[in-house]
Design a protein around this ligand. Sequence first.
Ligand SMILES: [Zn+2]
Length: 245
Amino acid sequence: MELKIISSSSAGNCYLLENEKEALIIEAGVRFEQIKKGLNFNLSKVVACIITHEDGDHCKAVQDVMAAGITVYASAGTHNAMGTSSHHRAAITDGTLKTAGGFQFKSFDVKHDATEPVGYLIKHAETGNVLFLTDTYFCEYSFSGLNNIIIEANYSQDILDEQVKLGVIHRKLRNRIIISHMSIDTCIDLLMANDLRQVNNIVLIHLSDKNSNAIQFKQRVEESTGKCVHVADVNQIINFNRNPF
Ligand SMILES: [Zn+2]
């Protein structure tokens, strides 16, 4: 299985988990054209699309995805906020296990300024247990038996405060960021609160273009966890199997 990054920023988020036979779309916050291109126009292999919340950078293409016959899973609150009405709309309730192709997934609540935002635990025979966590300033849960982790590392408190001082970021926006997005410190604390023994990859996503430092973030997470750490980049492909070999 491979993780393909279509886009990862506040401009748009979309990730594909795919092997030769099947694909799961995680977030649809880019133009549908980009998603199709990422799939080499092979839409028939897509088993489902899962979405965390209704912000445009996570669901921009949702209507097109459903129009293409792909079932979109999100919380009922998120579906309502997105205004979806197709019969390809599927509501997911926290903790209920759903199956699509060889994938199984369930949602849990996160802390973001949206209607009913969620994170996902995804399972596939090839990837093992995958945590997908973004757009949350904190996570009150810990997870066991993780094999791969995709997690937001949006900003560094120091850089953010410096940007406010310089007048690049308005204080109001700063205050919104810290109650809706995950700092690198919280990201590291959260990772360290989980059993990482079986973890193969940690992928840092949704880095703010103004308030982050990719090299520093990667280094800090590597030092804390001793794991293989990637910072999501456009068109990046990461081997995402349960075991490294
Ligand atoms: Zn976002």
